[in-house]
Design a binder for this molecule. Structure first.
Ligand code: ZN
Length: 133
């Protein structure tokens, strides 16, 4: 398993990590298989969505904050329950097919690390499993 770090700058933010993941796929030498991208955090997540228009990212984070507002009457004493809930809604991992040594993403798809309680230094784990030929 490989990992890399991301330093976020805002409390809530989506960071495009497609190139870092693609580089790990390239270095693995795997031509065909699956790539697991996982965050070992409880207030962050991973998703795949459009990267061409950055306003899509803004719409996602703003809508999540409308659905799960900061500072509502939650039980968790740490004060960051909105971040835990947002992280669970999006999920801690994505699995992407690898074909011809590359992530088989659609034209408009990018891999995003989702920060919900930043700014922080975060880790992203990448595990590539080769398909039997
Ligand atoms: Zn907490």
């Amino acid at each position: 398993m490989k990992n890399f770090s991301v330093r976020t700058k805002q409390r809530i933010e989506m960071v495009d990590v497609t190139e870092q993941v693609q580089q790990i796929v390239r270095e693995s030498g795997v031509r065909s298989g699956v790539c697991l991208v996982f965050v070992p955090h409880t207030t962050a997540a991973i998703t795949i969505n459009e990267g061409a228009d950055s306003s899509v990212r803004l719409d996602i984070t703003e809508t999540l904050s409308e659905l799960v507002p900061f500072g509502a009457s939650y039980h968790h004493l740490e004060g960051n329950s909105d971040a835990h809930i947002k992280a669970s809604l999006i999920g801690p991992s994505v699995t992407i097919p690898v074909e011809n040594g590359r992530l088989a993403l659609g034209t408009w798809q990018r891999v995003f690390f989702c920060e919900f309680d930043g700014p922080r230094a975060r880790q992203i784990f990448v595990q590539i499993v080769e398909a039997k030929s």
